[in-house]
Design a protein around this ligand. Structure first.
Ligand SMILES: [Fe+2]
Ligand SMILES: [Fe+2]
Length: 279
């Protein structure tokens, strides 16, 4: 399966190039002593990333009264932690591209990924993981779906409805059609982009059984499961099907209650609206 995923990624020229600035930023963010100025310089050095970051920073999501005109100013006004998160979000969304005919599917993928990211961040705060790492892992967990829609399915598979590969997660069907699935494709893509091992693994394993997962991977898988849960109707809450992931990801920490999770989802939806490429 893995070699098939590698072949598909090699044969899909439309995929965006490896984002050097994002991998640099993830390395800088992982250091215990963060040098805000160096990070601001790294972001400012990537014109597209900094312009997109400023556009979102000036959007109604942040509700600022004054227009921000530089990354350094964004850090001074919004705070370093928010700008770190914002840059990761803008960078990750920049990586998620789909052909023009699949705009609606891209919107759905962005909304789902942002929800998973915000939930993963909340769970990370409760369990002592890095919130930024969890947030980025949540944003990118389904990045392999953008490869699926651009890959050619095997002979005999109906290729007329590519949006279904984005809007549904049916791993056995994906394996039948492509010889691999979106989790593995995402992992191979992130490895190729030289993303940190923890993010490659959490992307590759987010549909696997919880007992094989690292704490970060379990956290992302749980956030994904919660993002797919109708919190208002979940009875009982939390749903029993998530119990093994909750035990693995949360350890001794309690799961946030339904109201806290719903607030994170509302925040995610507001962020997703401003993150859409043409928003
Ligand atoms: Fe998935
Ligand atoms: Fe997902």
């Amino acid at each position: 399966m893995r070699s098939t995923a590698e072949d598909i990624i090699r044969d899909t020229p439309q995929l965006p190039p490896p984002p050097q600035v994002m991998t640099d930023l993830l390395v800088l963010f992982a250091r215990p002593e963060v040098d805000a100025r160096r990070i601001a310089d790294a972001i400012a050095g990537d014109v597209v990333l900094s312009l997109r970051t400023l556009k979102v920073a000036n959007s109604p999501f942040y509700g600022l009264s004054k227009r921000i005109t530089s990354v350094h100013e964004a850090i001074a006004i919004l705070g370093f932690r928010s700008v770190r998160l914002l840059v990761l979000a803008v960078g990750a969304v920049g990586l998620m591209q789909l052909p023009p005919g699949l705009r609606t599917s891209l919107g759905e993928l962005l909304r789902h990924s942002t929800r998973c990211a915000m939930l993963a961040r909340l769970l990370a705060e409760r369990t002592g993981h890095s919130p930024e790492e969890a947030f980025t892992a949540g944003l990118l967990h389904d990045v392999g779906k953008m490869v699926l829609v651009q890959a050619t399915p095997r002979a005999g598979i109906d290729a007329s409805t590519p949006h279904r590969w984005v809007e549904h997660s049916d791993l056995p069907a994906e394996r039948e059609a492509f010889g691999t699935d979106h989790a593995e494709l995402g992992m191979v893509l992130l490895e190729r982009w030289q993303f940190p091992d923890a993010l490659c693994e959490s992307t590759g394993k987010h549909h696997e059984a919880p007992d094989t997962l690292s704490p970060l991977s379990a956290l992302v898988a749980l956030a994904d499961g919660l993002a797919h849960t109708d919190l208002e109707r979940a009875d009982p809450f939390p749903p029993e099907r998530l119990a093994p992931w909750i035990a693995r990801a949360m350890g001794a920490s309690p799961l946030p209650d339904a109201a806290e999770l719903a607030a994170a989802i509302d925040e995610a939806d507001a962020l997703a609206r401003v993150l859409e490429p043409d928003a």
